[in-house]
Design a protein around this ligand. Sequence first.
Ligand code: DX5
Ligand code: ZN
Length: 218
Amino acid sequence: MLISASTNPPPFSELASYLTQLQSLDIDFIHCDIMDGHFVPATTFDHAYLPSIFRISHIPLDVHVMAENISEIYPKYMQNGVEILTIHYEAVADKEELKSILLDIKSHKIKAGLAIKPDTSFSEIKPLLEYIDVLLVMSVEPGKSGQKFIQNTISKIQEISWHRQENSLDFLIEVDGGVNDALAPKLASLGVDMVVLGAYLYNSENRALDVRKLSISK
Ligand code: DX5
Ligand code: ZN
């Protein structure tokens, strides 16, 4: 599985040093968690800090925007180093507008990601699958690191994976929230392509070993 390491767990003052440590690990993406204080209560850095993250880590960026006003802000995230740009289904009320944002992201040669909160059903977003490259399934309520994986997300992931296979679709399935080494093999067996690691990696006593363990999960 692909591993995307979250910027969320360390305090902002320690982020640069955490990113430097991640550089030596076999990580595929830096998962940049962007929070605006409205869509979720917490606030983090925004687009202005992405060049620094990329300069420090040299690892492709997987940007997860948990914010309102998506149509105004998303162009600022189409930057050098950003390989995946994910916006929330729930943050854009006008679904035609959502489609055009996803198409615009793709047209800039960036993978368009759509994130869904735990209570959003898969059937609701099915009409949007042809517009996306990545479906980010949230397995905790967005907002903070260190929460417990919501077990009934498993059946939603199963449904998504079956649908993808039956219809020969090729979007990636990314799972975000509470992922650890106990869950990873199960997620991989369901067809999950990519997991976000927050607290599990940040608190690990042997990050290199733990990353290896998860990336070989089948
Ligand atoms: C939650 C964020 C996640 C989170 C992951 O709102 O989107 O990326 O930081 O952290 P863990 O793995 O600790 O749940
Ligand atoms: Zn995230």
